[in-house]
Write a protein that binds this ligand. Structure first.
Ligand code: ADP
Ligand code: MG
Length: 240
């Protein structure tokens, strides 16, 4: 579904991505691990063209995305993104947060957008919060709204950037549960997380990044039980 070929990205003198190659298959769940500053968020942001890579090529469905020619808003609407800090609109209700992009980006009728929003709120277990403002919700509820909002655009792939890192520990499970359900329904997902239980249990493939390189990848079993790279071993020792 997505193919990245030799993608590099620098911020000033700092090269954050160093000729990354990566293919993501349809329905695959890829978990991206790595220390802070290794380039994980930048890689996700390049996948959704919030950042534009300096060199290398990104293909969607075999088609090269050329930022100067391709309609990036169309690609962005097909790539849902969930952030650590939810990024909900504080002055809009839960329902209004969810229907905003379908109406304004996709030109959907309000009645249709609402119908989809209620179905998604049901899916994330928050039907009763439709008319609340984000301030009234717990972190876990906010993140579930953020997931529903991303899904409202009917994306082909979902990117998660440390979706549970800002949550109190007791709220992590409800968000992971929603992500797990999405994965089981066949959503293509790329997930940056420190939740090793999720990586082991849900990922099809685990990647380890360091200093802008993918140093190791494998199935969860290979990756956690028999890591090959010295740096991967050190990383796993530091967190497990
Ligand atoms: P990670 O998500 O793995 O923690 P990031 O992709 O956020 O890593 O960042 C990788 C490096 O790039 C860090 O050193 C960070 O400070 C730097 N960086 C990220 N975004 C920017 C930016 N917009 N401008 C300058 N430096 C950035
Ligand atoms: Mg990050």
């Amino acid at each position: 579904m997505i193919q990245i070929k030799s993608v590099s990205k620098s911020f000033g003198p700092l090269q954050v991505l160093k000729k990354i190659d990566l293919t993501i298959e349809e329905k695959e769940v890829v978990v991206l691990l790595g220390a802070s500053g290794s380039g994980k968020s930048t890689l996700l942001r390049c996948l959704n063209f919030l950042e534009i890579n300096d060199s290398g090529d990104i293909y969607f469905d075999g088609e090269l995305v050329q930022p100067s020619k391709t309609d990036l808003n169309k690609i962005r609407s097909e790539v849902g993104m969930v952030f650590q800090h939810f990024n909900l609109f504080p002055h809009k209700t839960v329902l209004e947060n969810i229907i905003e992009a379908p109406i304004h980006v996709k030109g959907m009728k309000k009645s249709e957008a609402k119908e989809i929003a209620y179905a998604l709120l049901d899916k994330v277990g928050l039907t009763d919060k439709a008319d609340e403002y984000p301030d009234m919700l717990s972190g876990g509820q906010k993140q579930r709204v953020a997931i529903a909002r991303a899904l409202a655009m009917n994306p082909r792939v979902m990117l998660f950037d440390e979706p549970t890192s800002a949550l109190d520990p007791e709220l992590v499970g409800e968000v992971l549960q929603v992500m797990k359900q999405l994965a089981s329904e066949g959503m293509t997902m790329v997930v940056v997380t420190h939740e090793m239980g999720f990586a082991r249990g849900v990922a099809d493939r685990v990647l380890f990044m360091e200093e802008g390189l993918i140093l190791e990848e494998g199935t969860p079993k290979q990756f956690f039980e028999n890591p090959q790279n010295e740096r991967t071993k050190q990383f796993l020792n530091s967190i497990l």
